[in-house]
Design a protein around this ligand. Structure first.
Ligand code: SF4
Length: 62
């Protein structure tokens, strides 16, 4: 599975990185990016990060 961050929506709060650093990280502009695939063992925490994002900037697709 792949995660995607709409950086036009991201406000740089850092929550996704703190919840699931295996998939999300902050870039030099302090916006989140998904830098790794969402493997099965990461699905739960990646979805938690998506659901916790205050601006709904994160999507996860098959
Ligand atoms: S949780 Fe949402 S708003 Fe916060 S850094 Fe991640 S993508 Fe951006």
């Amino acid at each position: 599975m792949k995660a995607n961050v709409d950086q036009g929506l991201c406000i740089g709060c850092g929550l996704c990185e703190s919840i699931c650093p295996e998939v999300f990280r902050m870039n030099d502009d302090n916006l989140a990016e998904a830098y790794a695939d969402v493997t099965e063992d990461l699905q739960e925490t990646a979805e938690e990060a998506r659901d916790s994002c205050p601006t709904d900037a994160i999507t996860i697709e098959e």
